[in-house]
Each structure stands twice: as structure tokens, then as C-alpha cells.
Design a protein around this ligand. Structure first.
Ligand code: HEC
Ligand code: HEC
Length: 342
């Protein structure tokens, strides 16, 4: 009995050894498999979510790893991702300006909490979805360029294991890096956390009151800890609004509706609005004060306002702006982990 078991075991071992050998010799030498003693043993990445922020959804099939985040960071800063190699994501999304630049570039800040992207909401879903759009449709990434690179085949292997370089994996790495672009260290956050010695001035407090009450009424759309409802509204910029979200949904009710931008780091992201029409925060506040142009799809909040706006006093205007400037997080734009790795 024992002998039978032993011989079965030996046979099984021989068979395993044979098939292992076969596998080794059968796989052709290419950059997509591990012929170079590369190691796939990714280290989990622990993301610090700022205090009071909502839970961050991380898709089960793209857990954050040190290797994935680092790869995403490299891809973000490397023009190799673009089919012509002419520019990188970072050419337009510049850290110093909260990853925006002029005139229409949407900033990158706390996008992990967003589920509809671009001014008109063309891409809905996760960060992986918008990144796949950016890689495949916008940059039309030529995977051959990455495969021929001396480092990327290994870096993709270390981040994702067997399976080579794909658009999906490039998008996943970028999404992991984007999730690390979390910003919650403005003066306003420090006051919320009751950090010693940090207070709002009287003027900033007045601005806070205007912002978060019906008086200024900004909070209905730019409220919450993220300073955006992540919805689409027509904030009454034009009497004859552009298509906006209507271009995507085809619905006349969505004309002139655009993504509510976060007001975090708003001091850094001029010019303002989807077409960059306002150069300063003063101009923006003047617009909400007396420059509204109502239209059939204008938000009811805007329509309810008499004669083109809120009619703030000069003092109220500067208070609002002073408050908006408390939302600036300079540690975010100076964070070395978000800067170019090259
Ligand atoms: C030539 C300038 C330019 C480059 C390069 C560029 N972007 Fe953008 N990006 C923009 C502009 C402009 C918008 C807003 C466009 C719109 O909404 O239609 C935008 C919007 C976005 C958004 C949506 C943000 C939001 O709040 O909805 C994401 C995400 C994004 N870009 C990621 C990337 C990534 C990743 C890359 C590199 C693969 C990249 N971008 C390269 C100009 C650029
Ligand atoms: C009905 C919703 C709504 C209300 C209320 C509202 N906003 Fe906006 N806000 C938006 C939308 C939508 C945009 C983007 C519009 C566009 O670009 O076409 C915007 C854009 C902005 C911008 C420019 C952001 C950028 O990145 O370009 C600032 C600044 C701003 N709003 C401040 C305020 C202030 C201050 C108040 C209160 C006085 C306010 N908003 C009230 C919806 C609203």
C-alpha cells in the first residue's frame, strides 16, 4: 500500500517537473513575460485620506500598490505616453497650478471622489474609466513605444505581474497615482481640525457665512468638504448657453450645464469657467453678484435671483474672496510625491 502511494507521488512529481520544464522552454523570450528574474510582489500602498473626507472607493481589481502608484506617476510625467511623444499629461496639468493651466484645463485635486469627468460629463464611472479615455482616445498611446523602453516592461511587470503592457494597465496605474492626489491641508482644513493657533480672520469668517448660508448661496453647488457636489448645473453664464452636458445626453434640458468645479485651490487655477472667460476671482464674484444671464435651463437657484445676481456689497465681495483663499493648500502643490519623478 505504502509503495503504491510512494510511486504515485514520484510519478506526480516527475510529471510536475516535466511540465514545469516544458513551460520554461516553451515561452518565447519577449518583454511580456518574466525571463529577467523580475519580481511581482507588490507592496500595498496606504493612502492617507484627509480628515472629514468621505470614504474613497477603490475598485477591487485595482488595489493601490507602491509599484502601481510609482508607475502611474512616471506615465503622468512622460511624453512617451502620447502617440507622437509631443506632450505629457503634466504639460497641461501642472502641479504648481493644482494640476491645471490655462485656459480650460480642469485641475486634478481629489478626483478620486468624482464619478463624472470633463466639463460636459462625457466620461462617467471610475478614475480607471477616465484614465482609459485619456490613454486610448486622447493620447492614443502606442504600446510598442512602452514595450521597447528599457524600464517600462519591468515596471509594468512589478506593478501588475504577467500579462504585459496594455492600455488598461496604463490607465490603472494612472488611476492609482490620481488617487494619491488628495488635498486636505488648506487653512480651512486646519481650522476644522482645530490646529493650535490657526483661526479664520473676521473677514474670512464673514465670507464663510456668506458662502454657507442662503445669503451668498454658494454651498448648494460648491458645498461639502470637497467644495463640489460633483453634479452638473447651468450657473447662468449666458442667455444663449453652449451645449455643455446637453452635447452628451442630447437633452435640451441639459444645455449649458457643466461640471461644478471644486473650489479647493481655486486661487491657483485661473482663468475660471469652462471657457476661461474670467481672469480673476474678483470677476467671478462680480458675475455671481450682478452678471447672471438667465435661460430656460439656468439653475432654479440662479433664476430666483432678482436682476442678474446676489448684489453683494464691496465688503461682502472681498469677504467671499478672502474665504475662498482659505481653501488654498500650498502643501499639495509642493508635495514631492506628486512632482516629476524624472
Ligand atoms: C493639451 C493639454 C492637456 C493634456 C496634455 C492632458 N489634458 Fe487632461 N484635460 C485638459 C483639458 C482642457 C481638460 C478639460 C477638457 C474638457 O472637459 O472637455 C482636461 C480634463 C482632464 C480630466 C477631467 C477632470 C475632471 O474634473 O473631470 C482628467 C482626469 C484629465 N484631464 C487627465 C489627463 C491625463 C491622465 C492626461 C495624460 C494622459 C491628460 N489629462 C493630458 C487638457 C489636457
Ligand atoms: C447652481 C449651482 C451653483 C451655485 C449656486 C454657485 N456655483 Fe459657482 N459654479 C457652478 C458651475 C456649474 C460652475 C462651472 C460653470 C462653467 O464653467 O460653465 C461654477 C464655477 C465657479 C467658479 C469657477 C471655477 C473654475 O474652476 O473655473 C467659481 C470661482 C465659483 N463658481 C464660485 C462660486 C461662488 C463664490 C458662488 C456663490 C456666490 C457660487 N459659485 C455659486 C455652479 C454653481
Amino acid at each position: 500500500m505504502n509503495r503504491i502511494i510512494t510511486s504515485v507521488l514520484i510519478l506526480a512529481l516527475l510529471f510536475l517537473a516535466a511540465s514545469a520544464c516544458q513551460k520554461e522552454t516553451a515561452s518565447p523570450p519577449d518583454n511580456n513575460s518574466n525571463n529577467n528574474n523580475w519580481v511581482y510582489n507588490p507592496t500595498p500602498y496606504h493612502l492617507e485620506v484627509p480628515a472629514f473626507f468621505p470614504v474613497l472607493d477603490i475598485p477591487a481589481d485595482n488595489p493601490m500598490t507602491v509599484q502601481g502608484v510609482q508607475l502611474g506617476r512616471m506615465l503622468f510625467y512622460d511624453p512617451i505616453l502620447h502617440k507622437d511623444g509631443t506632450h505629457a499629461c503634466a504639460s497641461c496639468h501642472i502641479q504648481q497650478f493644482s494640476f491645471s493651466s490655462d485656459p480650460e484645463v480642469l485641475p486634478h485635486i481629489n478626483l478620486g471622489w468624482s464619478s463624472a469627468f470633463l466639463w460636459n460629463g462625457k466620461v462617467e464611472g471610475s478614475l480607471e474609466d477616465i484614465m482609459l479615455f485619456e490613454v486610448k482616445d486622447f493620447f492614443v498611446t502606442d504600446l510598442g513605444n512602452l514595450e521597447a523602453h528599457p524600464d517600462y516592461p519591468r515596471l509594468f511587470y512589478e506593478a501588475f505581474g504577467e500579462g504585459g503592457i496594455t492600455h488598461e494597465r496604463a490607465a490603472k496605474a494612472l488611476a492609482q497615482f490620481e488617487r494619491t492626489m488628495a488635498s486636505g491641508n488648506s487653512k480651512y482644513d486646519q481650522v476644522l481640525r482645530q490646529e493650535p493657533g490657526v483661526f479664520l480672520t473676521d473677514e474670512e469668517l464673514n465670507g464663510y457665512d456668506l458662502f454657507f448660508t442662503e445669503e451668498g448661496d454658494c454651498f448648494h453647488c460648491h458645498g461639502g468638504i470637497l467644495f463640489t457636489d460633483n453634479e452638473f448645473h447651468n450657473n447662468a453664464l449666458d442667455a444663449d448657453p453652449e451645449a455643455g452636458q446637453g452635447a452628451i445626453t442630447g437633452s435640451p434640458f441639459d444645455l449649458g450645464r457643466f461640471k461644478t468645479p471644486t473650489l479647493r485651490n481655486i486661487e491657483l487655477t485661473a482663468p475660471y469657467m469652462h471657457d476661461g472667460r474670467y481672469a480673476t476671482l474678483e470677476e467671478v464674484v462680480d458675475f455671481y453678484s450682478e452678471g447672471l444671464h438667465t435661460s430656460p435651463t439656468a439653475d432654479p437657484l440662479m433664476k430666483a435671483l432678482p436682476q442678474g445676481g446676489k448684489h453683494f456689497t464691496a465688503q461682502e465681495k472681498s469677504a467671499l474672496i478672502a474665504f475662498l483663499k482659505t481653501l488654498t493648500d500650498t502643501s499639495y502643490i509642493a508635495n514631492p510625491a506628486l512632482s516629476s519623478p524624472f
